[in-house]
Ligand binder design. Structure first.
Ligand SMILES: [Zn+2]
Length: 329
């Protein structure tokens, strides 16, 4: 097996687990899908760690604005938790805020941790917060999760929601993210919001953890038109391992993963597909061909079996993500 040692996974929710139900565990001693020994075994170059926050959990009986305020502080706590992991295991993992830092960490034999935020509603119409998050090292923000927020609208089966685009503050935010050097993530956005992000983004764009609607008709996935638009903008999409987005409901199998990757290549080109596992972000699977980050070679081997070249595999595994990271100023 000559698997590349340069995996970049654009999305996991491990920090959410470690700060919640698995509090007390750490990246080394944990039953999370993503952990230090697993990343080491797979040859991870960089893992994007999402600071995910759920409005409904934080809101309680408060108003929405106050709920997002709580979410903002929860995200700051998760950033602190990531920093703590890097302090606890300094030989193994270090934060990275740029392509150069990822390369430096790799040279020193360390895995890079890239901070992301999954819920732009935490800005609560406060433009200064984008800068605050950037200065803390956040390099990608998923503009919304599954709720309407101050930026725009989420994916939905309701066409009236699905056609709604970015709000004025969303347009302003996307522009500011581009200026600062933060990837605008379209995963979870409504189709209208997706189109507006493509229209207004001046910096890098990505779908950190989304699959193909042509193979699995779910509003969280990308239509062929969206794949075209994202690829034309130089963007990428990370393959999501959740069975519901693969089209197999309660199973997560490499057969469908490979099919989604092949479709991404067919529609978006060789520089489009990447990996965004969504590990520790979903449950309810009766079976997972890749139960955790340590077993990524199974997907590599399946894609090889399907005739995907080593060069193309290197791009999927990390090359395409690195290209986007290089464009961050
Ligand atoms: Zn997500």
């Amino acid at each position: 097996m000559n698997q590349s040692m340069n995996l970049i996974d654009l999305h996991c929710d491990t920090l959410f687990r470690l700060s919640g139900e698995k509090a007390g565990q750490d990246l080394k001693n944990t039953d999370c899908n993503v952990n230090l020994s697993g990343m080491r075994e797979t040859g991870t170059m960089a893992q994007f760690f999402a600071c995910f926050t759920c409005l409904k959990e934080q809101q309680g009986d408060r108003g929405k604005e106050e709920g997002f305020e709580q979410c903002f502080y929860q995200v700051l706590d998760m950033i602190g938790l990531m920093e703590k992991q890097c302090t606890m295991f300094p030989e193994e993992i270090a934060l990275a805020q740029s392509y150069e830092e990822i390369m430096k960490n790799k040279k020193e034999g360390k895995i890079s941790a890239v901070l992301t935020v999954e819920e732009g509603g935490i800005l609560n119409e406060n433009p200064d917060r984008i800068k605050i998050l950037y200065e803390k090292g956040v390099r990608l923000m998923t503009l919304m999760w599954n709720y309407e927020n101050c930026l725009g609208y989420p994916n939905s089966r309701d066409v009236r929601v699905m056609e709604q685009g970015l709000k004025d503050f969303g347009i302003e935010t996307v522009r500011q993210m581009g200026k600062l050097g933060m990837i605008a993530d379209v995963s979870h956005a409504s189709d209208g919001t997706f189109r507006d992000i493509i229209k207004y983004a001046e910096g890098p764009v990505a779908a950190s953890h989304s699959n193909c609607r042509a193979l699995c008709s779910h509003p969280r996935n990308l239509s062929d038109d969206m794949i075209h638009a994202l690829a034309d903008k130089g963007g990428i999409a990370g393959l999501n391992f959740y069975g519901v987005f693969l089209g197999t409901e309660r199973e997560s199998r490499i057969e469908e993963m490979a099919a989604h990757i092949l479709h991404m290549i067919k529609i978006g080109g060789r520089e489009f597909p990447a990996v965004g596992t969504d590990f520790d972000g979903f449950g309810g699977m009766e079976h997972m061909d890749i139960p955790n980050i340590s077993q990524m070679r199974r997907l590599w081997e399946k894609l090889k079996e399907k005739g995907v070249s080593e060069d193309q595999l290197d791009l999927i595994w990390g090359g395409n993500a690195l290209r986007v990271l290089k464009t961050l100023r």
